[in-house]
Design a protein around this ligand. Structure first.
Ligand code: FAD
Length: 362
């Protein structure tokens, strides 16, 4: 079956749905009408909704990258065939709405700040963990032939103003000298000639780990792999009540209760506040918007001059992340609304269009 944003029997997608404010949860919304959903192709089978009470070893709540990867690794590393419960369609949340950029980003602090805050040994352990995570992701895609169009070519961190360059140069030295990481600096001229004709660029740092992927094809590839390894993935099965009795978790879904010995929560920012006391008021959603243009004309492609399909981000505090997609569209993302109610405010789309125009004036 082809992936379609409209799912049989589902509610229309509500762009203003805000898990932090909305007390009701699912089941069954259509997908957000994203470029990724529109071009995802074949949807691997899932296990449909939960339709009665069942007893299982382990439940994973949420079927985005985190939930499906948890199910995959529970099977691979521990021989546990997990039951994944998803409130909507598989990977309804961020995993089918993002920029499709894989990088080894690790929050706001730079490596030099890690060393200052902790010590070199701790910083190296953290760095190794991130590089290891990226390799794990690469390995999953390769070993299971996940057709998510991986475009592996490193990540370009673009200095959007001249004053950002000394900091990038210093960071590149730290990365190379203290972490043995092969980053490289590029001048403005090199960026314009060999990376992109981004008129804001004053130079860039290149990091070897970075890849573009098709976000939904990655998620649906994980779905296939999880099920091949024995996991069950139940859609339209929101966990509405969670009780713990006599050493067993009771997870109530609309058409049946799932009783489990262990539960993993992989609901990301979509966790309703009442899901579990350990989730309540402990989530800090990071809001982001991403847009994709129509297919660019040859003239437009020439003028933006993007020479590869690698992810590009800039040094703004609220970064622009952008890249050329394999079918010659430009993707760009950045800050977004803080609440669901403000999601459709045209100012957010204008912000991204203005960013595109600043970088690639006509
Ligand atoms: C616009 C945008 C651009 C982004 N760009 C990038 C990028 O380029 N690179 C990058 O690395 N990251 C990016 N991200 C972040 C990235 O998409 C997320 O970090 C990632 O997808 C999170 O995956 P997840 O599995 O943890 O959560 P999600 O994919 O959000 O999945 C959570 C799932 O839990 C389900 N759920 C919630 N509550 C329940 C319940 N009670 N019962 C059952 N199911 C439930 C939801 O329906 C949902 O499907 C971006 C995010 C956005 C929004």
């Amino acid at each position: 079956m082809q992936v379609n944003e409209k799912r049989p029997g589902s509610k229309p997608f509500d762009p203003q749905y805000d898990p932090l404010m909305d007390r009701t949860l699912g089941p069954g919304s259509d997908y957000a009408p994203t470029y990724w959903i529109g071009t995802a192709g074949e949807l691997p089978e899932d296990d449909g909704p939960v339709t009665g009470d069942i007893d299982v070893d382990a439940v994973v709540i949420g079927s985005g990258y985190t939930g499906l990867s948890t199910a995959i690794h529970l099977a691979k590393m521990h021989g546990i065939k997990a039951t994944v419960l998803e409130a909507n369609g598989v990977a309804y949340g961020c995993s089918t709405r993002n920029g499709g950029q894989a990088q080894i980003s690790a929050g706001r602090l730079k490596r030099s700040q890690w060393i200052d805050r902790w010590d070199l040994q701790t910083a190296r352990a953290m760095h190794d963990e991130m590089v290891g995570a990226f390799d794990l992701f690469r390995g999953l895609v390769r070993d299971h032939a996940i057709a998510c169009e991986p475009q592996d070519g490193g990540h370009y961190y673009i200095a959007h103003k001249a004053s950002a360059m000394p900091g990038l140069e210093a960071e590149s030295r730290v990365l190379n000298d203290k972490f043995g990481y092969g980053s490289r600096m590029l001048s403005r001229e090199e960026v314009l000639e060999t990376v992109a004709r981004d008129m804001e660029a004053h130079g860039a740092m290149w990091e070897p780990d970075g890849a573009g992927i098709h976000a939904a094809k990655l998620a649906f590839g994980y779905l296939r792999v999880a099920r091949e390894l024995g996991a069950k993935v139940h859609i339209d099965s929101p966990v509405q009540v969670w009780e713990y009795k006599d050493g067993i978790h009771h997870l109530k879904t609309p058409r049946g209760t799932v009783r489990a010995k262990r539960v993993a929560v992989a609901t990301a920012a979509y966790a309703p506040r009442g899901l579990h006391p350990r989730v309540k008021d402990r989530l800090l959603p990071i809001m982001s918007n991403s847009v994709v243009t129509r297919v660019l004309t040859d003239d437009e492609l020439q003028s933006i001059g993007i020479k590869m399909l690698s992810p590009l981000t800039d040094t703004r505090t609220l970064r622009n992340y952008y890249r050329l997609l394999p079918d010659s569209r430009l993707q760009i993302g950045s800050r977004a609304a803080i609440t669901g109610r403000d999601a459709e405010n045209p100012a957010h789309l204008k912000g991204l269009c203005d960013a595109m125009a600043r970088k690639f004036p006509r």
